[in-house]
Design a protein around this ligand. Structure first.
Ligand code: GTP
Ligand code: MG
Length: 212
């Protein structure tokens, strides 16, 4: 799949303010600072499309990016990539955190054109309760998702493999069927091909759902 263009469309404070749900949509979610915005830039191969920051809590709304890509046989297809605020950031006021939680939950549960959610997990850490709870919640809501381990360049292959295994083992305790996962580095471009490949095949599978 070849991405012809990628442009920022709008930042929405709630799901009902989002653009019309008339195109396939993929969203990135995960704890604050895990690398959601960086991964959107990596996937689209644009360094400054989504705003990134070294300090957590940068992305505060539901951000839509319109992507135009050639999927098959020179046929172009438009779809949305969505950058969401992080969950579980301790340093924002409780009221703000509650507002973000509600925003994220309503977006995930009500957005009709959401094809797949990418749940980002920092590959350097042992399984965190907040991530496991989030993923298990997605199961209850029956939201299709893929786990994306981030920042692989910041650790050794061996440590990354051990953290991935620990996380997937935890999921195995709760899930009958295991979700698929990727290991990525936004800095090195690792995992880009796999991520784009999945998006491409999901776009093909769902193309009849969207007439435009
Ligand atoms: P919020 O919007 O605040 O929730 O954060 P986010 O999840 O969008 O994270 P963001 O992409 O802003 O990245 C946070 C920090 O991690 C930035 O300093 C990035 O440069 C850094 N970062 C993100 N991905 C990678 C990666 O793959 N490797 C390395 N080394 N650093 C990364
Ligand atoms: Mg962000």
């Amino acid at each position: 799949m070849n991405i012809i263009s990628a442009q920022y469309i709008i930042s929405s404070p709630s799901v009902d303010k989002c653009p019309p749900a008339d195109k396939a949509e993929f969203a990135f979610i995960g704890r604050s600072n895990v690398g959601k915005s960086s991964l959107i830039n990596m996937v689209t191969d644009r360094t400054k499309l989504a705003k990134t920051s070294a300090s957590p809590g940068k992305t505060q709304m539901i951000n839509h990016f319109l992507i135009n890509s050639i999927v098959t046989k020179n046929v172009s297809q438009k779809w949305y990539l969505v950058d969401l605020p992080g969950y579980g950031y301790a340093k924002v006021a409780q009221r703000q955190r509650k507002r973000w939680t509600k925003m994220i939950e309503e977006y995930i549960r009500l957005r009709k054109n959401l094809i797949n959610l990418f749940v980002l997990i920092d590959v350097r850490h042992k399984p965190q309760a907040i991530d496991l709870e989030f993923v298990n919640q997605l199961g209850e809501w029956q939201i299709p998702f893929t786990v994306v381990f981030t920042k692989a360049d910041k650790t050794t292959q061996r440590e990354a493999a051990s953290c991935v295994k620990a996380f997937m083992d935890k999921l195995d305790e709760q899930w009958e069927e295991m979700p698929s996962y990727f290991i990525t580095s936004a800095i090195k471009g690792r995992g880009r091909k796999e991520l784009i490949g999945l998006i491409e095949s999901l776009l093909q599978q769902t193309s009849t759902m969207f007439s435009k």
